[in-house]
Design a binder for this molecule. Structure first.
Ligand code: MSP
Length: 508
């Protein structure tokens, strides 16, 4: 079995912010989970470096586009390990190998008769690097996303004959209802297709910062076609000694936010059809992280700096917060206050305290060595089918739903401690067997939730599982009673109390 997951490749005209970290974290949870299943995984992220926004930003800073791309690409590359993202490759669209694949595939598309020279006139947003349809344009000829003034552009461009793919796309949507998820996004994409597709520019004449069109070097490819092809090109050169295409293509899931829906759910499949390449299995569209009700974005200036949050609370806490507080697939507001609250009540108390208490009791009452014997069957019942359920939800990219399933069991374990009051059992030598059973059950419950939480909280679960003497994170052993807890060792608090008087991150 193989599993291939991607994030969008991020624009290098600005530094990474929490919105970018969000998608990369989500993709990482999937990648880690599939590795825990024992599958061969490829997780791709990277940077989108060509096009007008980058050229303009570089110009404004007085540096070359390549210098700006090098500088900011490095910041995105550095973000990945800070959020514990285990991407298998980091693609840059300025990689010569990528550029060559773009040229080859788009030449093939032209040779198949899907490209022609035409004139384009329309409203153009330099920030989106995209032309806007008349009915999208905001009052005062402004961009509906960035609210900046649009420009009227006219160019002789090569066109991609998107309109010819109307029918094949409608068929794709009819045959594969989970091709775009969630359903609202599927409907949105389908209604855009049904409203009638128009051909789209494939090249830009005036620009020079892009992949040259091989049959007409006065042009560069329109940045979106260059960018989308990263998902395919990366596999051919990510490993110097092997072409991974046949192992991992088609991609299992492209994760994106709704801002780039149309490119991924209309242009991208049409382009692949035109090139005769198999389509990815699914596009999952998540919502926006909002601050003060507006999409967090660099151009609006309302961003949280993920590096600052991580410095204070750790990467695990950030990963947890984003996937727990905002239902994955929907928009959601984030704030320092709600972050601190989740950290305190769920990570520090529900999980961190449960771990410390359980381990402390095993060490105090049994010198860290649990005796073999039966587990509590009521609790075993509450864990029944949990691993399978989490797997099914994650197959549907229900990251928040899967986390909630696990957290329900974390809470169950907390109640179990209160119900059984092991500290009382410890006072009564006649109840030694009961105490053994309760401690064993607690340790096993902690082990199971930690294996399942590992994809979300890689660092803290690893520390906890090591303290339990049960470092194996394979999902094959995630069933209650299917693993073995070894010699238990004292554990430093997983989520130490934080001084919450000081503000972590404020709007920029
Ligand atoms: N370069 C294009 C994508 C090309 S993919 C072939 C691009 N880049 S971007 O830097 O603007 O990144 C957009 C993506 O970043 C979103 O689709 C989403 O994954 C993530 N996000 C950026 N801001 C976000 C929020 N405020 N909320 C949620 N996701 C956010 O578009």
């Amino acid at each position: 079995m193989s599993f291939y997951v991607t994030t969008p490749i991020y624009y290098v005209n600005a530094a990474p912010h929490l919105g970018h970290a969000y998608t990369t974290i989500a993709a990482d949870v999937l990648a880690r989970h599939h590795r825990q299943r024992g599958e061969e995984v490829f997780f791709l992220t990277g940077t989108d470096e060509h096009g007008e926004p980058v050229a303009d930003a570089a110009h404004a800073l007085g540096v070359t586009p390549q210098e700006l791309a090098d500088r900011n690409s490095e910041r995105f590359r550095a973000l990945a390990p800070r959020i514990e993202a285990t991407n298998d490759f980091f693609i840059r669209t300025t990689d010569p190998q990528h550029m060559k694949v773009v040229q080859d595939i788009l030449t093939r598309v032209r040779e198949a008769g899907h490209v022609y020279m035409g004139k384009y006139e329309g409203w153009y947003c330099p920030k989106c690097a995209d032309f806007k349809a008349e009915n999208e344009v905001e009052e005062g000829e402004r961009c509906p996303i960035h609210h900046v003034q649009l420009t009227r552009e006219q160019e002789d461009n090569y066109f991609f004959a998107l309109s010819a793919f109307q029918e094949p796309l409608e068929r794709l949507y009819a045959e594969q209802e989970d091709w775009v998820v969630p359903r609202t996004r599927y409907n949105e994409a389908l209604s855009f297709i049904r409203s009638g597709l128009r051909d789209v520019p494939l090249s830009r004449h005036k620009l020079t910062w892009g992949v040259p069109v091989p049959w007409d070097p006065e042009h560069v490819f329109y940045v979106w076609f260059d960018a989308l092809l990263n998902y395919y090109s990366a596999l051919s050169y990510a490993r110097p000694d092997a072409d991974l295409t046949s192992t991992f293509w088609p991609a299992d899931v492209h994760l994106i936010a709704k801002d780039i829906l149309r490119f991924h759910t209309v242009y991208w499949p049409a382009l692949l059809m035109a090139a005769g390449i198999e389509l990815p299995r699914r596009v999952f569209v998540h919502g926006y992280l909002l601050m003060d009700g507006e999409k967090m974005s660099k151009s609006l200036g309302n961003v949280l700096d993920p590096f600052e949050v991580i410095d204070r609370f750790g990467a695990d806490a950030l990963r947890f917060y984003l996937l727990r507080d905002v239902s994955f697939g929907q928009d959601g507001s984030v704030s320092t206050a709600s972050f601190e609250q989740r950290y305190e009540s769920e990570l520090a108390n529900d999980y961190g305290n449960l771990a410390s208490r359980t381990i402390a009791m095993i060490v105090r009452y049994r010198d860290g060595a649990l005796r073999e014997g039966p587990l509590d069957s009521t609790l075993a019942g509450d864990f029944d089918g949990l691993g399978e359920r989490v797997g099914v939800l994650l197959d549907e990219v229900e990251l928040t739903g899967a986390l909630e399933e696990i957290w329900t069991r974390v809470r169950r374990l907390n109640r179990y401690v209160e119900e059984q009051a092991p500290w009382k059992l410890a006072k009564d030598p006649a109840r030694a067997d009961d105490l053994d059973r309760v401690l064993r059950t607690l340790a096993e419950g902690l082990r199971v939730v930690s294996v399942l939480l590992h994809a979300y909280l890689p660092d803290s679960t690893e520390r906890l599982l090591a303290a339990l003497g049960a470092p194996d994170t394979a999902l094959a052993r995630a069933g209650f009673g299917e693993g073995e807890v070894g010699q238990v060792r004292v554990l430093e608090p997983l989520f130490p109390k934080q001084d919450t008087t000081e503000t972590t991150a404020t709007p920029a």
